[in-house]
Design a protein around this ligand. Structure first.
Ligand SMILES: Cc1ncc(COP(=O)(O)O)c(C=O)c1O
Length: 405
């Protein structure tokens, strides 16, 4: 391959060529339409096993109606940052609903989960503090953690003994995820709460993938694991996954929220999410709380998929959530498999480094309550018997690479 000509200070071409050579180059694909559990690309219909729309709400008529009514009432934008005039009664009502649903004193809304995570770490952690986080945490947490003046330690995935040996009393913050985005497994929250309580450190959960899916009324991973919300100082969740809209929140004590209102730069210096969007999220929460039937259906689909895939010899992760990764190993093989499924009308994304550790490329299959049993059967039939040699997470190197798709 010809070396790209370097035309400026940033060697963009070389970086792109390097990714292409390693089968790691990313492309975007423009989708059409919006039907839960389905996808249209270039006028062809696919079953969608790649979205995080776990309850099939992204296309729900009541949420769309609430969004439209919100636009009629508040307009399309919020017009300003929240401390200027961007904070409306719709935002306030959503904060109150979230606080009551999740059992926290107060809540603050953010435009997305990426900025919510970064805002919290940046606002809290100074030079004298310590940050401990799971090595499989999301890119937003890893990247901000590595840029802060405080010392960050990444503990082995869900390795509580390693965390316990690293903790220093009363020095900072432990952060982990409810459901890990690329693996679908859960962190042990009772143990995390115990370690945080014992060591006098704060604890934060990123429950982007547990909210709406797990626990009574979809209250998330803490509720599913029966961990009292009061034992976790900071709860973060997103609206763009099971809730089917977009945006995020941070919840905790009133003092925490007052502090973030004053010191969280991503909050203070950013135009607030449209009030209409807050109206849509409030409607979504109403539906999510009442969606036990959808969650039961989803659980059945998950069990059906796991049983079928295991019988076909595929290596499954330790996940009882809608995120069901099939470990493949090599990026080229993951891409080929995704391509083969696509040819059969099934949309499954190959996830490659640096999103996941080197050697653990995978098909990240996500299930939705919008799927039917026959959709799962079609996926299993298309996958067919596994012909790959075994790979495992533990065998892989541990790059410090960021986790993003
Ligand atoms: C675990 C986790 N945290 C945070 C985020 C970021 O959320 P958002 O998409 O709202 O920026 C994601 C989304 O991909 C995620 O998977």
């Amino acid at each position: 391959m010809k070396s790209p000509v370097v035309t400026g200070p940033f060697a963009l071409g070389a970086a792109l060529a390097g990714r292409e050579q390693a089968a790691l180059l990313r492309h975007r694909i423009a989708t059409q339409g919006s039907v839960a559990g389905r996808l249209q690309v270039a006028d062809r219909d696919y079953l969608n096993f790649s979205a995080n729309d776990y309850l099939g709400l992204a296309d729900h008529s009541a949420i769309k109606a609430a969004f439209k009514a919100g636009i009629d009432c508040y307009g399309t934008g919020s017009g300003a940052s929240p401390l200027v005039t961007g904070y409306s009664r719709a935002h306030q009502q959503l904060e109150e609903t979230l606080a009551e649903w999740l059992g926290v004193e107060a809540v603050l809304l953010f435009n997305c989960g990426f900025s919510a995570n970064q805002a919290v770490l940046k606002a809290l952690l100074g030079k004298a503090h310590r940050l401990w986080q799971d090595k499989l945490n999301h890119a937003s947490l890893q990247e901000m953690g590595s840029q802060l003046p405080c010392k960050m330690t990444r503990f082995g995935h869900n390795d509580m003994a390693a965390l316990a040996s690293q903790l220093e009393p009363g020095r900072g913050l432990i952060v982990s995820e409810g459901v890990f985005s690329m693996d679908g497994d859960q962190a042990p929250w009772a143990e995390l709460a115990r370690l945080a309580g014992q060591s006098g450190n704060w604890l934060m959960i990123d429950d982007a993938h547990g909210l709406g899916v797990l626990g009574p009324q979809g209250r998330g991973t803490l509720a599913a694991q029966r961990v009292p919300p009061a034992s976790v100082h900071i709860q973060m969740g997103t609206f763009g996954k099971a809730l089917g809209v977009a945006g995020a929140f941070v919840g905790g004590s009133r003092e925490l929220v007052d502090y973030l209102v004053n010191f969280a730069r991503h909050y203070v210096y950013s135009t607030h999410m449209p009030a209409a969007q807050a109206c849509a999220v409030s409607k979504s929460i109403e539906l999510v709380r009442a969606a036990d039937e959808s969650r039961a259906h989803l659980a059945q689909l998950i069990a059906r998929f796991r049983q079928g895939a295991a019988a076909l010899g595929w290596q499954l992760g330790a996940s009882n959530t809608p995120i069901q990764p099939l470990l493949v190993g090599e990026s080229t093989v993951a891409l080929q498999l995704a391509e083969r499924l696509r040819a059969l009308g099934l949309w499954v994304t190959a996830i490659r480094p640096p999103t996941v550790p080197v050697g653990t490329a995978r098909l990240r299959i996500t299930l939705s309550a919008a799927h039917r049993e026959q959709d799962i059967d079609r996926l299993l039939e298309a996958l067919g018997p596994c012909t790959l040699s075994a790979t495992s997470n533990e065998d892989a190197a541990d790059p410090r690479g960021a986790r993003h798709a």
